[in-house]
Design a protein around this ligand. Structure first.
Ligand SMILES: [Zn+2]
Length: 476
């Protein structure tokens, strides 16, 4: 539909992503980095308030987390970093400048794998967050708790081709950040925010005029804002007019973009090196130490899952769902169940139940041990998949699968379909006894019953087996 709407034009999309780094303290002072829920303006100090004479100190952990993300994406790391002042006036920016990076950022280049392509990363840099403005009817309130929280900004090359792809890219970056543990990357808490830019061009032509859309707070908003903006630009170009360079906002309610302030040119920011922070050398040993801390990357997980025999779609889905892949890896380490059974159940039944209940995997009491034990019963043929599915909700709430099966007699022995199979087996193994029963010698039934009871290790209910034998033999 979208392809048709854009007619002869193709979309060229780039993203700017801000992630809040998961450190204990802010980027240049000792205040808590995550003051969520604290009273307004209680988590501040002279440094993050920008009081005269206060001196910033670089948070080494923020630097390491930033380096880890840059290394994971294959970016070039310079041998020293530089911090710059980006000057602009904004009420929730108490210093009237932001400490950011300009020349010599944390990383340059690199790429994120996406659907067989590589989306190129232009640069990554560290910077401090601003405070928050709360606009009331007749006044604006400021909360500076967030001022100075550590951010990493990641800028892509304009390599994305559709709103869906932009959304998928953000989901991938989120999964990567969460897998690495560098950020909670939760848009709903403002710990992941995106700006997008989009232009249209005829295939093969030079890039068109780009429009930027700022402050998108969810992946869904990114996709909707891009869809709207692509339609808007298509209409302008169809009329033979030109798209004006602009910075737009996005209104959730109407699903429309609207023009915002005209964007500052780079020169307006009067970048200059931060005089209070000397250049930070990045030595080889530091990079090696960060690499040593780096967990397995999602695309390496995907390859490993494929090698275990998982379907391509399942391997990808699990590798980019950090909670699921952690769970799967712990279950795989137990070795009780085959990888494909685990993958199938996690993605279908477990995911379905979580969805139904609006829960995240880690919010349940499901453990890799208990899921493995439940599925092992099923794989060994001791319970049917129907019984396993029926027990899953309770196992999700922390119940012990074997205890449930025992207490309720739910072993395969109580499953009539399974018992019927054993009855058929008994009739062909003991044809003489079967014939005798049909001739009215009911005493011969004991041999057949005994056969089925042995096969079920005595767990079947004899009345049920007796009834099934009678039904199979057509005797009353
Ligand atoms: Zn502070």
């Amino acid at each position: 539909m979208l392809g048709q709407a854009t007619g002869p034009f193709e979309a060229v999309i780039g993203l700017e992503v801000h992630l809040q780094l998961k450190t204990r303290t802010k980027i240049f002072c000792g205040c808590p980095a995550d003051p969520f829920g604290a009273p307004p303006n209680s988590q501040v100090c002279p440094v993050c308030l920008g009081l005269p004479g206060a001196l910033p100190v670089v948070n080494e952990e923020a630097l390491d987390l930033g380096l880890m993300l840059a290394l994971a994406l294959g970016a070039q790391i310079p041998d020293r970093l530089l911090f710059h002042r980006k000057n602009y006036f904004y009420p929730d920016l108490p210093k009237n400048y932001q400490i950011s990076q300009y020349t010599l950022p944390l990383g340059q280049g690199g790429a994120l794998p996406l659907g067989g392509r590589r989306v190129r990363i232009k640069r990554l840099h560290l910077e401090e967050d601003a405070g928050k403005s709360l606009h009331l009817e007749d006044r604006t309130l400021l909360d500076l708790n967030r001022a100075g929280s550590p951010l990493i900004e990641l800028v892509t090359e304009p390599d994305l081709k559709s709103p869906e792809e932009a959304r998928l890219f953000l989901q991938r970056i989120q999964a990567l950040a969460q897998t690495l543990g560098v950020s909670e990357a939760s848009p709903e808490e403002g710990k992941m925010r995106a700006d997008v830019n989009v232009s249209l061009r005829r295939s093969g032509e030079a890039l068109g005029t780009k429009v930027e859309i700022k402050n998108l707070n969810s992946f869904k908003s990114v996709q909707r804002a891009l869809e709207y903006e692509i339609r808007r630009q298509t209409e302008i170009l169809r009329r033979g007019e030109r798209v004006k360079q602009a910075t737009m906002g996005f209104e959730e309610g109407s699903g429309k973009t609207y023009p915002m302030r005209t964007k500052e040119e780079e020169a307006d920011y009067r970048y200059f090196p931060e005089p209070d922070l000397p250049p930070v050398p990045i030595r080889e040993e530091r990079l090696l130490a960060v690499k040593a801390r780096m967990p397995e990357l999602p695309w390496a997980k995907e390859a490993r899952y494929l090698a275990l025999g998982l379907k391509a779609q399942d391997a990808e889905a699990l590798a980019y769902a950090p909670a699921f892949s952690r769970f799967l890896d712990r279950a795989l380490a137990l070795g009780l169940v085959s990888p494909t059974t685990l993958a199938n159940w996690l993605l279908a039944d477990v995911a379905g139940l979580l969805n139904e209940r609006g829960l995240a995997l880690e919010e349940t009491r499901l453990t890799p041990e208990n899921l493995s034990r439940l599925l092992a019963l099923f794989e060994r043929g001791e319970i049917t998949s129907r019984v396993a599915k029926a027990l899953l909700p309770e196992v999700l709430e922390g119940a012990d699968p074997e205890a449930l099966v025992r207490a309720r007699g739910l072993g395969v022995v109580a499953d009539e379909e399974a018992l019927k199979g054993l009855v058929e087996e008994a009739l062909s193994a003991l044809p003489e006894a079967a014939k005798s029963v049909q001739e009215g010698k009911l005493k011969a039934m004991d041999a057949l019953l005994g056969y089925v009871m042995r096969k079920t290790r005595g767990q079947a209910q004899p009345e049920v087996v007796r009834r099934l034998l009678k039904e199979a033999l057509g005797v009353g």
